[in-house]
Design a protein around this ligand. Sequence first.
Ligand code: ADP
Ligand code: MG
Length: 423
Amino acid sequence: MDAAPSGDAGLERLRADSYDMVLLDLRMEGRTGLGVLEELRRSGNDVPVVMLTGFATVDSAVQALKLGADDYITKPCDNDRLRTKIRTVLARREPVLGPGAARIAGTGTRMREVIRSIARVAPTESTVLLRGATGTGKELVARAIHEESPRRGRPFVAVNCSALAEGVLESELFGHARGSFTGAVADRKGLFEEANAGTLFLDEVGDVSPGMQAKLLRVLQEREVTRVGTAKPVPVDVRVVAATHQDLEKLVEEGRFRADLYFRLKVFQIKLPELRKRPEDIPALASAAVARWNERTQDASRRVAGFSDEALAIMAEYDWPGNVRELMTTVEHACIVCDGGRILPSHLPEEVRAGPAEERNGGVDSRPGESGRRYQTPGPEMEREAIRLALEEADGNRTRAATLLGMGRTTLWQKLKEYGLDS
Ligand SMILES: Nc1ncnc2c1ncn2[C@@H]1O[C@H](COP(=O)(O)OP(=O)(O)O)[C@@H](O)[C@H]1O
Ligand SMILES: [Mg+2]
C-alpha cells in the first residue's frame, strides 16, 4: 500500500507502478480528485477507483462515476464500511477478466454495466438480444458472449439478416435439399446446423420478413430446423444471440414484427449506448485502436505512440454519428497518415476537427455552448443516478438518502416515483 500527498504525486506513482485499487480523495491540494481521475482515465489507465467524498458532494460523486470511477464512499467512513466497499468494487470488476471480453474497451459506468451483463448471461443458455445503433459494438459483444460461454471452441456463426432476400435467407439459415429450387445442385446444411453446439448470431433481426419471423419463432420453440425442400426436421443445439438497431417495440405496435418472436428474443437484453452518450469511453477506445494498429504493423518505425492532448480533446468533442466503428476507422486513418510518432489534430479528418455536426448546423438539439467536456452536463439521467447512488449509500434508508442529496424528503419521494425507483 502506498499513500501520495497530492494528486500529482499520486498520478506519478500510478504511472510508475501498477496498483490493484486507488482510493481517491475528492478534495486535495492542487489538482482535485476529479482532475486526477480524468487524467488517469484519459491516459487509458483502468485501475479501480473509489472516490472519497464529503456529505454534500453527491453531485461530484456522480460526476466521478461519469468520469470512470468505480464507486464512491462518503466521509467519515470507518474501516468496516471501507472494507466492504472495496470488496464489492473488486468483485464487480472480476468478470471483466474473461479473455472473451478482453477486446471490449471502455472504462465508463455504462460500458461496465454492459460487461457485467455479458458476464452474467454468457454462461447460461439464454437467448440474448443486443440493441443499439450501428457501430456500437453489437457484433463484438455477441462474440464475447460466445467466448465467455461453455460453447467457446465451438462454431460462432454470424448472419446479417437484412442483407439477404427472403428465399435466400431461408435456405442460408435452414439449408436445402438438392433440386429444391433452381441452382440447388446438392444437399446443403444451413447455418443453424453449421452452428450446432455453438452460437448463431442473427444480426439485424428486426429486418426479417413476416414469413421468416414465423420460421425463426418455430426454430426457437422447437429447436429443430427443416431444410428447404424436405419434410423431416433435424434437431439443432444452438444458442441464439440476435441484434437490431430497430425500434422493435414500435415495429411490434405497427404489426410489422411478431410479438411472440419479440418476447422469445428479448429474454435478456443488452443495450449498447451510442458513443456520444458515453464520451468517457473515447480515450480507452482510441488507445485500443492504436494498440490494434501497432499489433498489425511490422515496421517498428510506423508504430504510433499515442495522441497529443489536442487530438484527444477534439475526439472527445466530436459526436461520432458512426459510433465506435467510425472512431476505429478514424484512428486507423490517423495512424496511416501520421507515419509514426504521435497523432496530432492535423491527422484527424476534416469532419472530426470541425466538431459535432449538430452544433455546426445549429440544430435545435445543439448543446449549450460550454467549453468544458460534454460528459459533465447534468441532466435527469444524472439526477436519477445520483438518487440511486444515494439510496445505495444509505442502505435504502430514504431519510438518510435525502440528507445525502441535500434534498427535502417530500421532493425525494416525488422523484423516486418519477424515476421509477420507488419499488
Ligand atoms: N467497446 C469496444 N471496444 C473495442 N472495439 C470496439 C468496441 N465496440 C466496438 N468496437 C469495434 O468497432 C467496430 C464496430 O463494432 P461492431 O461490433 O461491428 O458494431 P455493430 O455490430 O453494433 O454495428 C468493430 O471494429 C469493433 O471491433
Ligand atoms: Mg454490425
